[in-house]
Design a protein. Sequence first.
Length: 254
Amino acid sequence: MSLQTDSQTVDAFLDGRVQLTQPRKGYRAGVDPVLLAAAVDTRGGQSVLELGCGVGAALYCLNARVPGLSLTGIERQRNYVDLARINAQQNGAEARIVACDLTALPAEIRQERFDHVIANPPYFHRARGTASPLPAREEAMGEETPLETWVAVAARRLAPKGYLTMIQNAARLPELLAAVSARLGSVAVRPVSARCGRAAGLVLLQARKGGRAEFRMLAPLIMHDGDKHLADRDDYSPLARQVLRDGAPLAWQD
């Protein structure tokens, strides 16, 4: 039975391997959580916590690539919590979705440690930019919780040698690095650029609890072929197509 209605849609990810029910208006998952899922270097049997999981896009794309994971997502907007639970059933994923703010985790989660913590925090600080007229989109794209808080909560939930993986606006990389470097090590960053020769719009970041390796800046992921869009067709680069269509991982080495 289709869950598509006047207020929500059902959208395909990874060439249909993942089906997500989303609000028709407000924040809608796109490419970014798919990239985040691809950047998580995990294996079956490990545990993953997502801070601010939305409708579960990153969790279920990750589940499609790596079966046998223990998945937990937290989300403070109740309508997204409900949709994330629906999407778990739609995609045959066993996931615990908890309604809470990341600054007020329930005792059951505070007592656990995870092999991976992942996050796609809002890209804009609400006090620094223009708020969206759509409350749900404003919540997702800009909020008052500092990146430092996201990183601090993630670091506390990581098991020793566990990994934090995040995607963020490239303009906030200095802020993100300052927060991560104070708590985690072995930091690596992969810029994400729309086309060759263009400045990065996003960054993927990985860091390890107790890691001691030197900082690494990897070659950028180029999303599209050519220097401009020439036709109404898919012009993803070969690597981007493998990630977005085939569910391929994004390696943390060049």
